[in-house]
Design a protein. Sequence first.
Lengths: 245, 279
Amino acid sequence: MNSYSISIRPFGIHAILVEWPGRVDVAILEDILQFTQYLKECCLKDEEWEIVPAYNSVTLIYRQEPIAFDQLKTKLLNWYKEDIKVVKRQKILWNLPVCYDEDFGIDLNEISQKSAMSINEIVSLHTSHVYTVFGIGFLPGFTYLGGLPEVLEFNRRSQPRSKVLRGSVGLAGKQTGIYPQDSPGGWNIIGNCSVPMFDPKAKEPCFVSVGDQVQFYKITRAEYDLHKIESEVGIYKLKKTVLDA
Amino acid sequence: MLKILKSGLFTAVQDIGRYGYLNKGVPVAGFMDGFSAKKTNQLLDNDENAAVLEITMTGPTVMFEEETFITMGGALLSVTLNNKPIENYEVLKVRKGDILSYGKLEKGFRSYLAVKGGFKTPLVLGSRSLFSSITKKNHLADGDTLEYEACAHFEPKISKLKVDSFLDETNLKVSQGPEYENLSDRQLEMLFAKKFSISNENNRMAYQLEEKIEGIQTSMITSATLPGTVQLTPSGKLIVLMKDGQTTGGYPRILQLSDRAISVLAQKKYGDEVEFKLN
């Protein structure tokens, strides 16, 4: 018995979109991921299915042949009525180190003035909350993190920068996130994370998944430089906690 | 080895693309015009995933350092092999030291060069397709070299294909995108009654169209996008995501191009016209 009313729509002939009510809500995301896990383990076992969850939707893509929309829609609605909780899902809390020095946090001064909070207050707010990964997109490994305290909500910069440094931690609207590579971008930059968020050479190029949680902790510039070297030679150990969802 | 003597405007290695990482934000990449690229591989009896060179607008000059067989396809350019003109979709033998040189673009926008067995450049996350941030660079430079296996004998099943009218096609077959239902009658009329021309903002990530239709003001929660997704912005601009396009977006996805339509569009350049045809 699942509580949400879901809608299913075609997305071209090789994809199908399943949508939950249109709001950003951790409970909805949890339900989507529980259903996604159930689909993977019990229904759509063919590994060719690509499954892209984000916020209040999940897109199912099958490139091998056209999807019979009406049939799949009926099946999905029936599967959603089943006891999707029989499969166990885990999520991970990642503790990510961020250096909030002003060399990196190039917009800290500006948002400190705008919000009448000190830089220390901003940093301590940013590090005291646990964020949820609602989506990964825009760039390989770019995580959209929700759960920001309201006082840290700032509009995107009116003039995007042509280059935001790799690792930059930014604030934009209700979201915070990390730029996995040098990129143009309009978020307000408050620090830099020393852990690479995307490494194409790694077995798992992006360690974070949608539904995981992230909490930042403050590090000094010296610690940042050390982490960077440790990451490069492959001896840096990420701090993580496995949680039952 | 293939030696790139002059790289041209934007010459890149592409195969069918990088699958399995959409949920990590990694675009598919791969042949922009899969329809033409696949034909070149078929003529050489290659695997459908064999890596080819994708040549955009201004072609390269390359030298073969081992004998093999080649085929070109896609856009029409004046191309010479050791100064003798050659044509698309013909299987040709090349020898060590042969020089292939691309001249003027005549029709289309992207041309493909396939070698027997495909280029053996490094696989990154299961694909040889160049894409910045996944591979070291996103296109080739003068002096780059690409590995391939020498091939002395090959009997093609068909040695030459007639060039069809594919490059003249202007109709883009589309199906409904997830937010199609949000379109008003007026928007639908504008979408299907007129022709759209390609803006100068066109690349492997996306093709923007010049003419606008009425925009959609409703905001959308970020959700998945695919190659061939047509997004409608609040100002009424249409953006067609292509193979390197981002994997999530926040604009309404009003239409979805067929695979063939993505290939048709990939051969269009600034100023060319296209029309949407709903399946």
